[in-house]
Design a protein around this ligand. Structure first.
Ligand SMILES: Nc1ncnc2c1ncn2[C@@H]1O[C@H](COP(=O)(O)OP(=O)(O)OP(=O)(O)O)[C@@H](O)[C@H]1O
Length: 506
Protein backbone atom coordinates (compact mmCIF):
# COMPACT_ATOMS: atom_id res chain seq x y z
CA UNK A 1 0.00 0.00 0.00
CA UNK A 2 1.31 3.46 -0.81
CA UNK A 3 0.18 6.52 1.13
CA UNK A 4 1.04 9.87 -0.47
CA UNK A 5 3.79 11.53 1.46
CA UNK A 6 4.63 8.51 3.52
CA UNK A 7 6.13 6.43 0.77
CA UNK A 8 5.91 2.69 0.62
CA UNK A 9 4.68 0.95 3.76
CA UNK A 10 5.78 -2.67 3.78
CA UNK A 11 2.80 -4.91 4.07
CA UNK A 12 2.07 -8.63 4.12
CA UNK A 13 1.16 -9.94 0.69
CA UNK A 14 -2.56 -10.62 0.63
CA UNK A 15 -3.18 -14.31 1.19
CA UNK A 16 -5.38 -15.88 -1.45
CA UNK A 17 -8.96 -16.20 -0.32
CA UNK A 18 -10.05 -18.37 -3.19
CA UNK A 19 -8.29 -21.27 -4.85
CA UNK A 20 -9.30 -22.89 -8.07
CA UNK A 21 -8.75 -26.61 -8.34
CA UNK A 22 -8.93 -28.34 -11.69
CA UNK A 23 -9.65 -32.06 -11.65
CA UNK A 24 -9.38 -34.53 -14.52
CA UNK A 25 -11.73 -37.55 -14.62
CA UNK A 26 -11.29 -39.85 -11.59
CA UNK A 27 -9.09 -37.37 -9.78
CA UNK A 28 -9.89 -36.54 -6.18
CA UNK A 29 -9.45 -33.44 -4.13
CA UNK A 30 -8.70 -34.84 -0.67
CA UNK A 31 -9.22 -32.38 2.12
CA UNK A 32 -8.92 -32.13 5.85
CA UNK A 33 -10.62 -29.48 7.96
CA UNK A 34 -9.33 -29.31 11.54
CA UNK A 35 -11.76 -28.87 14.40
CA UNK A 36 -10.32 -25.47 15.15
CA UNK A 37 -9.63 -23.16 12.27
CA UNK A 38 -7.13 -20.37 12.12
CA UNK A 39 -9.30 -17.80 10.40
CA UNK A 40 -6.62 -15.14 10.37
CA UNK A 41 -4.68 -16.67 7.50
CA UNK A 42 -5.84 -18.45 4.42
CA UNK A 43 -2.62 -19.73 2.95
CA UNK A 44 -3.07 -23.40 2.17
CA UNK A 45 -0.75 -26.20 1.18
CA UNK A 46 -2.79 -27.24 -1.80
CA UNK A 47 -0.78 -28.90 -4.53
CA UNK A 48 -2.86 -27.68 -7.38
CA UNK A 49 -3.48 -24.76 -9.65
CA UNK A 50 -4.00 -21.91 -7.25
CA UNK A 51 -5.35 -18.67 -8.51
CA UNK A 52 -6.11 -15.69 -6.43
CA UNK A 53 -9.33 -13.82 -6.73
CA UNK A 54 -11.67 -11.89 -4.55
CA UNK A 55 -14.78 -13.30 -2.91
CA UNK A 56 -16.51 -16.13 -4.75
CA UNK A 57 -19.83 -14.45 -4.17
CA UNK A 58 -20.91 -17.63 -2.44
CA UNK A 59 -22.43 -18.30 0.93
CA UNK A 60 -18.88 -18.59 2.27
CA UNK A 61 -18.73 -17.54 5.87
CA UNK A 62 -15.48 -16.01 6.99
CA UNK A 63 -15.10 -18.84 9.49
CA UNK A 64 -15.78 -21.80 7.27
CA UNK A 65 -13.97 -23.05 4.21
CA UNK A 66 -16.34 -23.67 1.34
CA UNK A 67 -16.18 -25.54 -1.92
CA UNK A 68 -18.09 -24.59 -5.04
CA UNK A 69 -18.41 -26.66 -8.19
CA UNK A 70 -17.72 -24.19 -10.97
CA UNK A 71 -18.02 -26.60 -13.88
CA UNK A 72 -18.23 -30.32 -14.58
CA UNK A 73 -19.62 -32.83 -12.11
CA UNK A 74 -18.32 -33.81 -8.71
CA UNK A 75 -19.47 -35.64 -5.62
CA UNK A 76 -18.63 -36.34 -2.02
CA UNK A 77 -18.92 -40.08 -1.30
CA UNK A 78 -21.54 -40.57 -3.99
CA UNK A 79 -23.66 -37.48 -3.31
CA UNK A 80 -23.45 -34.97 -6.12
CA UNK A 81 -22.58 -31.33 -5.64
CA UNK A 82 -24.86 -28.86 -7.37
CA UNK A 83 -23.07 -26.40 -9.62
CA UNK A 84 -22.45 -22.89 -8.31
CA UNK A 85 -23.53 -23.58 -4.77
CA UNK A 86 -21.04 -22.96 -1.99
CA UNK A 87 -20.92 -25.93 0.36
CA UNK A 88 -19.46 -25.41 3.81
CA UNK A 89 -16.72 -27.94 4.49
CA UNK A 90 -17.47 -29.32 7.94
CA UNK A 91 -15.03 -29.03 10.82
CA UNK A 92 -13.12 -32.08 12.00
CA UNK A 93 -13.59 -33.77 8.66
CA UNK A 94 -11.30 -35.75 6.39
CA UNK A 95 -12.86 -36.58 3.08
CA UNK A 96 -12.67 -36.08 -0.66
CA UNK A 97 -14.42 -34.55 -3.63
CA UNK A 98 -14.26 -36.87 -6.63
CA UNK A 99 -15.15 -36.35 -10.24
CA UNK A 100 -15.88 -38.95 -12.91
CA UNK A 101 -16.05 -36.44 -15.75
CA UNK A 102 -13.65 -33.68 -14.77
CA UNK A 103 -14.48 -30.61 -12.71
CA UNK A 104 -13.34 -27.21 -11.63
CA UNK A 105 -13.73 -26.46 -7.93
CA UNK A 106 -13.35 -23.21 -6.11
CA UNK A 107 -12.30 -23.42 -2.47
CA UNK A 108 -12.72 -20.28 -0.42
CA UNK A 109 -12.41 -19.16 3.17
CA UNK A 110 -9.95 -20.10 5.89
CA UNK A 111 -7.22 -22.58 5.21
CA UNK A 112 -7.85 -26.26 5.11
CA UNK A 113 -5.33 -28.85 4.06
CA UNK A 114 -5.91 -30.51 0.75
CA UNK A 115 -4.23 -32.03 -2.23
CA UNK A 116 -5.20 -33.41 -5.58
CA UNK A 117 -4.84 -37.16 -6.04
CA UNK A 118 -4.21 -37.68 -9.73
CA UNK A 119 -4.48 -40.94 -11.58
CA UNK A 120 -3.20 -41.59 -15.10
CA UNK A 121 -6.24 -43.62 -16.14
CA UNK A 122 -9.60 -44.52 -14.54
CA UNK A 123 -8.45 -48.11 -14.05
CA UNK A 124 -5.77 -46.81 -11.66
CA UNK A 125 -8.41 -45.33 -9.37
CA UNK A 126 -9.69 -47.50 -6.48
CA UNK A 127 -13.02 -45.77 -7.07
CA UNK A 128 -13.55 -47.63 -10.32
CA UNK A 129 -14.05 -50.90 -8.43
CA UNK A 130 -16.64 -49.22 -6.19
CA UNK A 131 -18.45 -47.92 -9.26
CA UNK A 132 -18.39 -51.36 -10.86
CA UNK A 133 -19.71 -52.87 -7.65
CA UNK A 134 -22.55 -50.37 -7.72
CA UNK A 135 -23.48 -51.39 -11.29
CA UNK A 136 -23.31 -55.10 -10.35
CA UNK A 137 -25.64 -54.41 -7.39
CA UNK A 138 -27.96 -52.47 -9.64
CA UNK A 139 -28.21 -55.46 -11.99
CA UNK A 140 -29.00 -57.70 -9.03
CA UNK A 141 -31.67 -55.28 -7.84
CA UNK A 142 -33.27 -55.27 -11.25
CA UNK A 143 -33.19 -59.08 -11.24
CA UNK A 144 -34.82 -59.14 -7.77
CA UNK A 145 -37.51 -56.79 -9.01
CA UNK A 146 -38.15 -58.85 -12.15
CA UNK A 147 -38.29 -62.10 -10.15
CA UNK A 148 -40.75 -60.57 -7.69
CA UNK A 149 -42.94 -59.30 -10.54
CA UNK A 150 -42.85 -62.69 -12.28
CA UNK A 151 -43.68 -64.50 -9.04
CA UNK A 152 -46.59 -62.15 -8.39
CA UNK A 153 -47.89 -62.58 -11.96
CA UNK A 154 -47.55 -66.36 -11.72
CA UNK A 155 -49.36 -66.35 -8.42
CA UNK A 156 -52.20 -64.20 -9.80
CA UNK A 157 -52.77 -66.29 -12.92
CA UNK A 158 -51.50 -69.72 -11.82
CA UNK A 159 -54.30 -70.55 -9.42
CA UNK A 160 -57.19 -69.82 -11.74
CA UNK A 161 -59.49 -69.61 -8.74
CA UNK A 162 -58.34 -73.02 -7.51
CA UNK A 163 -56.35 -73.96 -4.45
CA UNK A 164 -53.22 -72.04 -5.49
CA UNK A 165 -55.03 -68.73 -5.39
CA UNK A 166 -55.85 -69.27 -1.72
CA UNK A 167 -52.23 -70.01 -0.69
CA UNK A 168 -50.09 -67.02 0.23
CA UNK A 169 -47.45 -66.01 -2.33
CA UNK A 170 -43.96 -66.99 -1.18
CA UNK A 171 -42.10 -64.02 0.24
CA UNK A 172 -39.90 -62.63 -2.58
CA UNK A 173 -36.13 -62.80 -2.17
CA UNK A 174 -34.83 -59.30 -1.32
CA UNK A 175 -32.24 -57.50 -3.41
CA UNK A 176 -28.53 -57.88 -2.56
CA UNK A 177 -27.58 -57.83 1.11
CA UNK A 178 -24.05 -56.47 1.14
CA UNK A 179 -21.75 -56.52 4.16
CA UNK A 180 -18.63 -54.33 3.99
CA UNK A 181 -15.83 -55.44 6.31
CA UNK A 182 -12.08 -55.13 6.72
CA UNK A 183 -9.38 -53.88 9.04
CA UNK A 184 -9.85 -50.66 11.03
CA UNK A 185 -9.47 -47.56 8.88
CA UNK A 186 -9.76 -49.33 5.54
CA UNK A 187 -12.54 -47.16 4.11
CA UNK A 188 -15.53 -49.39 5.01
CA UNK A 189 -17.94 -46.62 5.99
CA UNK A 190 -16.95 -44.56 2.96
CA UNK A 191 -17.79 -47.45 0.63
CA UNK A 192 -21.13 -48.07 2.39
CA UNK A 193 -21.97 -44.37 2.16
CA UNK A 194 -20.95 -44.21 -1.50
CA UNK A 195 -22.95 -47.30 -2.45
CA UNK A 196 -25.96 -45.94 -0.57
CA UNK A 197 -25.72 -42.55 -2.29
CA UNK A 198 -25.26 -44.09 -5.74
CA UNK A 199 -28.27 -46.39 -5.18
CA UNK A 200 -30.38 -43.44 -4.04
CA UNK A 201 -29.33 -41.44 -7.10
CA UNK A 202 -30.54 -44.33 -9.26
CA UNK A 203 -33.97 -44.10 -7.60
CA UNK A 204 -33.48 -47.08 -5.26
CA UNK A 205 -34.06 -47.12 -1.50
CA UNK A 206 -31.29 -49.03 0.28
CA UNK A 207 -31.55 -50.05 3.89
CA UNK A 208 -28.28 -49.03 5.52
CA UNK A 209 -27.29 -50.67 8.80
CA UNK A 210 -24.35 -50.24 11.12
CA UNK A 211 -23.24 -52.77 13.72
CA UNK A 212 -20.06 -50.93 14.75
CA UNK A 213 -20.85 -49.39 18.15
CA UNK A 214 -17.70 -47.25 18.16
CA UNK A 215 -19.39 -44.82 15.74
CA UNK A 216 -23.10 -44.25 15.27
CA UNK A 217 -25.16 -44.24 12.09
CA UNK A 218 -27.82 -41.51 12.43
CA UNK A 219 -27.44 -41.95 16.19
CA UNK A 220 -24.94 -41.35 18.95
CA UNK A 221 -21.97 -43.69 19.28
CA UNK A 222 -22.55 -46.78 21.40
CA UNK A 223 -25.48 -47.90 19.27
CA UNK A 224 -26.29 -50.22 16.38
CA UNK A 225 -28.86 -48.89 13.95
CA UNK A 226 -30.48 -49.07 10.52
CA UNK A 227 -32.46 -46.73 8.30
CA UNK A 228 -33.81 -46.47 4.79
CA UNK A 229 -31.87 -44.02 2.62
CA UNK A 230 -34.31 -42.99 -0.06
CA UNK A 231 -33.29 -39.36 -0.33
CA UNK A 232 -30.20 -37.25 -0.84
CA UNK A 233 -27.54 -37.07 1.85
CA UNK A 234 -26.02 -33.95 3.35
CA UNK A 235 -22.55 -33.28 1.92
CA UNK A 236 -21.98 -30.60 4.54
CA UNK A 237 -22.28 -33.12 7.38
CA UNK A 238 -18.90 -34.18 8.81
CA UNK A 239 -20.17 -37.77 8.70
CA UNK A 240 -21.29 -37.31 5.08
CA UNK A 241 -24.99 -37.80 5.79
CA UNK A 242 -24.58 -40.53 8.42
CA UNK A 243 -24.57 -38.02 11.32
CA UNK A 244 -27.32 -37.20 13.82
CA UNK A 245 -28.21 -34.02 11.93
CA UNK A 246 -29.99 -36.16 9.32
CA UNK A 247 -32.60 -37.38 11.82
CA UNK A 248 -35.91 -35.78 12.82
CA UNK A 249 -35.63 -32.95 15.31
CA UNK A 250 -37.60 -29.95 16.47
CA UNK A 251 -35.80 -27.78 13.88
CA UNK A 252 -35.82 -27.58 10.09
CA UNK A 253 -33.46 -29.81 8.14
CA UNK A 254 -31.41 -29.02 5.04
CA UNK A 255 -32.02 -32.47 3.56
CA UNK A 256 -34.95 -34.90 4.01
CA UNK A 257 -34.52 -36.69 7.35
CA UNK A 258 -34.07 -40.41 7.80
CA UNK A 259 -35.81 -42.42 10.50
CA UNK A 260 -33.43 -44.89 12.11
CA UNK A 261 -34.22 -47.83 14.35
CA UNK A 262 -31.62 -47.77 17.09
CA UNK A 263 -30.48 -50.23 19.77
CA UNK A 264 -28.20 -49.23 22.61
CA UNK A 265 -25.06 -51.26 23.19
CA UNK A 266 -23.45 -48.71 25.50
CA UNK A 267 -19.90 -49.84 24.88
CA UNK A 268 -17.20 -49.07 22.36
CA UNK A 269 -16.12 -52.52 21.33
CA UNK A 270 -18.05 -55.65 20.53
CA UNK A 271 -15.80 -57.78 22.74
CA UNK A 272 -16.83 -55.77 25.81
CA UNK A 273 -20.15 -57.61 25.71
CA UNK A 274 -20.29 -59.95 22.74
CA UNK A 275 -23.48 -61.75 23.86
CA UNK A 276 -25.38 -58.45 24.04
CA UNK A 277 -23.98 -57.36 20.68
CA UNK A 278 -25.17 -60.63 19.16
CA UNK A 279 -28.64 -60.15 20.65
CA UNK A 280 -28.89 -56.54 19.46
CA UNK A 281 -27.68 -57.32 15.94
CA UNK A 282 -30.22 -60.14 15.79
CA UNK A 283 -32.92 -57.65 16.80
CA UNK A 284 -31.70 -55.17 14.21
CA UNK A 285 -31.71 -57.89 11.55
CA UNK A 286 -35.25 -58.76 12.51
CA UNK A 287 -36.25 -55.09 12.05
CA UNK A 288 -34.56 -55.17 8.63
CA UNK A 289 -36.56 -58.28 7.64
CA UNK A 290 -39.76 -56.63 8.84
CA UNK A 291 -38.99 -53.59 6.70
CA UNK A 292 -38.27 -55.81 3.69
CA UNK A 293 -41.59 -57.56 4.21
CA UNK A 294 -43.49 -54.29 4.40
CA UNK A 295 -41.80 -52.22 1.70
CA UNK A 296 -41.33 -53.52 -1.83
CA UNK A 297 -38.97 -50.76 -3.01
CA UNK A 298 -36.69 -51.25 -0.01
CA UNK A 299 -36.80 -55.03 -0.35
CA UNK A 300 -35.79 -54.90 -4.00
CA UNK A 301 -32.87 -52.57 -3.24
CA UNK A 302 -31.53 -54.68 -0.37
CA UNK A 303 -29.12 -53.91 2.45
CA UNK A 304 -25.74 -52.22 2.94
CA UNK A 305 -24.14 -53.22 6.23
CA UNK A 306 -21.20 -51.45 7.90
CA UNK A 307 -19.15 -53.44 10.42
CA UNK A 308 -16.45 -52.86 13.05
CA UNK A 309 -12.81 -53.04 11.98
CA UNK A 310 -11.47 -56.60 12.33
CA UNK A 311 -8.41 -58.82 12.12
CA UNK A 312 -8.35 -62.51 11.18
CA UNK A 313 -8.65 -63.42 14.87
CA UNK A 314 -11.22 -66.15 15.55
CA UNK A 315 -13.47 -63.89 17.66
CA UNK A 316 -13.57 -61.24 14.91
CA UNK A 317 -14.36 -63.79 12.23
CA UNK A 318 -17.16 -65.23 14.35
CA UNK A 319 -18.56 -61.76 14.87
CA UNK A 320 -18.68 -61.23 11.10
CA UNK A 321 -20.20 -64.68 10.50
CA UNK A 322 -22.91 -63.85 13.01
CA UNK A 323 -23.74 -60.70 11.03
CA UNK A 324 -23.69 -62.63 7.73
CA UNK A 325 -26.17 -65.17 9.07
CA UNK A 326 -28.47 -62.74 10.86
CA UNK A 327 -28.76 -60.33 7.95
CA UNK A 328 -28.82 -63.12 5.31
CA UNK A 329 -25.85 -61.41 3.66
CA UNK A 330 -25.16 -62.75 0.16
CA UNK A 331 -22.31 -60.39 -0.84
CA UNK A 332 -19.33 -59.81 1.45
CA UNK A 333 -17.03 -56.97 0.45
CA UNK A 334 -13.60 -57.11 2.09
CA UNK A 335 -11.62 -53.87 2.08
CA UNK A 336 -7.91 -54.21 1.45
CA UNK A 337 -7.11 -57.44 3.31
CA UNK A 338 -6.34 -60.61 1.37
CA UNK A 339 -5.98 -62.44 4.70
CA UNK A 340 -9.49 -61.59 5.91
CA UNK A 341 -10.85 -62.33 2.45
CA UNK A 342 -9.20 -65.78 2.39
CA UNK A 343 -10.38 -66.60 5.93
CA UNK A 344 -13.97 -65.59 5.21
CA UNK A 345 -13.90 -67.45 1.90
CA UNK A 346 -12.83 -70.60 3.73
CA UNK A 347 -15.54 -70.23 6.37
CA UNK A 348 -18.32 -69.27 3.99
CA UNK A 349 -17.68 -71.48 0.96
CA UNK A 350 -20.23 -74.09 2.00
CA UNK A 351 -22.75 -71.69 3.49
CA UNK A 352 -26.00 -70.66 1.88
CA UNK A 353 -28.24 -67.80 2.91
CA UNK A 354 -31.71 -68.43 4.33
CA UNK A 355 -32.93 -67.83 0.76
CA UNK A 356 -30.69 -70.64 -0.54
CA UNK A 357 -28.18 -68.33 -2.27
CA UNK A 358 -24.42 -68.86 -2.31
CA UNK A 359 -22.38 -66.11 -0.64
CA UNK A 360 -20.12 -64.10 -2.96
CA UNK A 361 -16.92 -62.54 -1.65
CA UNK A 362 -15.40 -59.46 -3.24
CA UNK A 363 -11.95 -58.11 -2.37
CA UNK A 364 -11.65 -54.35 -2.93
CA UNK A 365 -8.43 -52.42 -2.85
CA UNK A 366 -8.11 -49.94 0.02
CA UNK A 367 -7.84 -46.41 -1.34
CA UNK A 368 -4.54 -44.73 -0.45
CA UNK A 369 -6.67 -41.69 0.38
CA UNK A 370 -8.32 -43.25 3.44
CA UNK A 371 -7.33 -40.88 6.19
CA UNK A 372 -6.01 -41.79 9.58
CA UNK A 373 -8.22 -40.56 12.38
CA UNK A 374 -6.42 -40.41 15.69
CA UNK A 375 -7.95 -40.63 19.17
CA UNK A 376 -8.34 -36.87 19.45
CA UNK A 377 -10.11 -36.66 16.10
CA UNK A 378 -12.52 -39.44 17.06
CA UNK A 379 -13.16 -37.92 20.50
CA UNK A 380 -13.95 -34.57 18.97
CA UNK A 381 -16.30 -36.27 16.47
CA UNK A 382 -18.17 -37.96 19.34
CA UNK A 383 -18.39 -34.73 21.30
CA UNK A 384 -19.60 -32.90 18.20
CA UNK A 385 -22.28 -35.55 17.63
CA UNK A 386 -23.58 -35.16 21.21
CA UNK A 387 -23.57 -31.39 20.97
CA UNK A 388 -25.30 -31.50 17.60
CA UNK A 389 -27.93 -33.90 18.91
CA UNK A 390 -28.99 -31.43 21.59
CA UNK A 391 -28.13 -28.03 20.11
CA UNK A 392 -28.15 -28.58 16.34
CA UNK A 393 -25.47 -27.31 13.99
CA UNK A 394 -24.64 -24.16 12.05
CA UNK A 395 -27.71 -24.68 9.83
CA UNK A 396 -30.29 -25.35 12.51
CA UNK A 397 -30.28 -24.33 16.11
CA UNK A 398 -32.15 -26.57 18.52
CA UNK A 399 -33.31 -25.58 21.97
CA UNK A 400 -33.19 -28.51 24.34
CA UNK A 401 -35.27 -28.58 27.54
CA UNK A 402 -33.73 -28.66 30.97
CA UNK A 403 -35.71 -30.49 33.64
CA UNK A 404 -35.03 -30.92 37.30
CA UNK A 405 -36.18 -34.32 38.57
CA UNK A 406 -36.01 -36.13 41.86
CA UNK A 407 -33.83 -39.26 42.14
CA UNK A 408 -37.04 -41.07 43.09
CA UNK A 409 -38.89 -40.10 39.92
CA UNK A 410 -36.55 -41.66 37.38
CA UNK A 411 -35.61 -45.25 36.61
CA UNK A 412 -31.97 -45.44 35.54
CA UNK A 413 -30.14 -48.68 34.81
CA UNK A 414 -26.43 -49.04 34.40
CA UNK A 415 -24.25 -51.06 32.07
CA UNK A 416 -21.70 -52.74 34.35
CA UNK A 417 -18.17 -51.38 34.23
CA UNK A 418 -15.80 -52.47 31.50
CA UNK A 419 -14.53 -56.01 31.77
CA UNK A 420 -12.00 -57.94 29.77
CA UNK A 421 -14.34 -60.87 29.40
CA UNK A 422 -15.28 -61.70 25.90
CA UNK A 423 -18.19 -64.07 26.21
CA UNK A 424 -19.78 -63.43 29.56
CA UNK A 425 -23.27 -61.87 29.38
CA UNK A 426 -23.41 -58.50 31.10
CA UNK A 427 -26.87 -57.55 32.26
CA UNK A 428 -28.16 -54.18 33.41
CA UNK A 429 -28.24 -53.20 37.04
CA UNK A 430 -30.22 -50.41 38.74
CA UNK A 431 -27.92 -47.39 38.84
CA UNK A 432 -27.03 -45.65 42.04
CA UNK A 433 -27.42 -42.00 41.16
CA UNK A 434 -24.38 -39.94 42.15
CA UNK A 435 -22.28 -37.01 40.96
CA UNK A 436 -20.34 -39.54 38.87
CA UNK A 437 -23.27 -39.52 36.45
CA UNK A 438 -22.77 -35.85 35.54
CA UNK A 439 -22.23 -35.10 31.84
CA UNK A 440 -23.03 -38.62 30.65
CA UNK A 441 -25.65 -39.21 28.00
CA UNK A 442 -28.33 -41.74 28.85
CA UNK A 443 -30.41 -43.69 26.35
CA UNK A 444 -34.18 -43.45 26.85
CA UNK A 445 -35.60 -46.85 26.06
CA UNK A 446 -38.89 -47.69 24.46
CA UNK A 447 -39.90 -49.94 27.36
CA UNK A 448 -41.76 -49.71 30.62
CA UNK A 449 -40.00 -48.92 33.87
CA UNK A 450 -41.54 -52.13 35.23
CA UNK A 451 -40.04 -54.35 32.50
CA UNK A 452 -37.27 -56.76 33.47
CA UNK A 453 -33.72 -55.43 32.82
CA UNK A 454 -33.20 -57.81 29.85
CA UNK A 455 -36.28 -56.40 28.11
CA UNK A 456 -35.15 -52.84 28.79
CA UNK A 457 -31.64 -53.55 27.51
CA UNK A 458 -32.93 -54.94 24.22
CA UNK A 459 -35.66 -52.37 23.61
CA UNK A 460 -35.27 -49.81 20.81
CA UNK A 461 -33.95 -46.39 21.78
CA UNK A 462 -36.42 -43.50 21.78
CA UNK A 463 -33.78 -40.82 22.19
CA UNK A 464 -31.04 -39.56 24.45
CA UNK A 465 -30.82 -37.21 27.41
CA UNK A 466 -27.74 -35.69 29.05
CA UNK A 467 -27.18 -35.40 32.78
CA UNK A 468 -26.28 -31.74 33.29
CA UNK A 469 -25.93 -31.84 37.05
CA UNK A 470 -26.45 -34.11 40.05
CA UNK A 471 -27.31 -32.54 43.41
CA UNK A 472 -26.73 -35.37 45.86
CA UNK A 473 -27.81 -33.30 48.88
CA UNK A 474 -31.20 -32.40 47.46
CA UNK A 475 -31.42 -35.73 45.58
CA UNK A 476 -32.20 -33.98 42.32
CA UNK A 477 -30.92 -34.38 38.77
CA UNK A 478 -30.77 -31.69 36.12
CA UNK A 479 -31.43 -33.36 32.77
CA UNK A 480 -31.16 -31.97 29.26
CA UNK A 481 -33.53 -33.50 26.76
CA UNK A 482 -34.32 -32.71 23.11
CA UNK A 483 -38.07 -32.70 23.75
CA UNK A 484 -40.26 -31.80 26.69
CA UNK A 485 -42.22 -34.47 28.51
CA UNK A 486 -42.00 -36.53 31.66
CA UNK A 487 -38.85 -38.58 31.92
CA UNK A 488 -40.06 -40.88 34.67
CA UNK A 489 -42.27 -42.84 32.29
CA UNK A 490 -39.41 -44.54 30.47
CA UNK A 491 -36.38 -46.42 31.75
CA UNK A 492 -33.01 -44.86 30.95
CA UNK A 493 -29.72 -46.65 30.47
CA UNK A 494 -26.37 -45.29 31.53
CA UNK A 495 -23.78 -46.98 29.34
CA UNK A 496 -20.00 -46.75 29.13
CA UNK A 497 -19.92 -45.25 25.62
CA UNK A 498 -19.90 -42.49 24.47
CA UNK A 499 -17.84 -41.23 27.38
CA UNK A 500 -18.95 -38.07 29.25
CA UNK A 501 -18.97 -34.85 27.35
CA UNK A 502 -18.06 -31.44 28.71
CA UNK A 503 -20.78 -29.61 30.58
CA UNK A 504 -23.45 -28.93 27.96
CA UNK A 505 -25.29 -26.23 29.90
CA UNK A 506 -22.72 -24.60 32.11
N1 LIG B 1 -10.17 -41.34 -0.98
C1 LIG B 1 -10.24 -40.65 0.16
N2 LIG B 1 -9.71 -39.43 0.25
C2 LIG B 1 -9.74 -38.73 1.41
N3 LIG B 1 -10.30 -39.19 2.53
C3 LIG B 1 -10.84 -40.41 2.49
C4 LIG B 1 -10.86 -41.20 1.32
N4 LIG B 1 -11.49 -42.37 1.60
C5 LIG B 1 -11.86 -42.31 2.90
N5 LIG B 1 -11.49 -41.14 3.44
C6 LIG B 1 -11.66 -40.69 4.83
O1 LIG B 1 -10.88 -41.55 5.65
C7 LIG B 1 -11.48 -41.67 6.95
C8 LIG B 1 -11.64 -43.15 7.29
O2 LIG B 1 -12.52 -43.75 6.34
P1 LIG B 1 -13.72 -44.70 6.79
O3 LIG B 1 -14.46 -44.12 7.94
O4 LIG B 1 -14.48 -45.03 5.57
O5 LIG B 1 -12.88 -45.97 7.28
P2 LIG B 1 -13.42 -47.20 8.14
O6 LIG B 1 -12.72 -48.41 7.66
O7 LIG B 1 -14.91 -47.24 8.12
O8 LIG B 1 -12.91 -46.76 9.57
P3 LIG B 1 -13.22 -47.49 10.98
O9 LIG B 1 -12.53 -48.82 10.97
O10 LIG B 1 -12.63 -46.52 11.99
O11 LIG B 1 -14.72 -47.60 11.09
C9 LIG B 1 -12.82 -40.94 6.85
O12 LIG B 1 -12.64 -39.66 7.40
C10 LIG B 1 -13.08 -40.84 5.34
O13 LIG B 1 -13.90 -39.74 4.98
Amino acid sequence: MSIPGLGQIPSQPAAPTTRTITLQPFWEWRFEVPHTLNTSSSSAPISTTITSSSSSGSAASANTPTVRLVSGTAERDGTELAQNRAYALPRNCKSKILTYTGAVLEVAGPACDGYVARCAAPQDSPQLAVLNLHFALRARRQAASAAAAAAAAGHDTGGGGGKASVAAAPSPVPGPRVMVCGPPGSGKTTVVRTLAALATRAGAQPLVANVDPAEGLLALPGTVSAAVFGTVMDVEDAAGGFGVSATPSSGPSAVPVKLPIVYYFGREKVEHDAPLWRDLTAKLASSVRARFAADEAVRETGLLLDTPGVTVAKADMEMLLHAVREFAVNIVVVMGSAGIHAELQRRLENEKTTHGEAITLVLLEKSDGVAERDKEFMKFAREAAIKEYFFGDAKRTLSPFTQSVSFDDVAIFKTPDETDFYDVPQGLEPAEISAEMSHWTLAVMNASVNDPPETIQQAPVMGFVAVADVDEDRRRLKILSPVSGRLGNRPMVWGRWPEPYINLVG
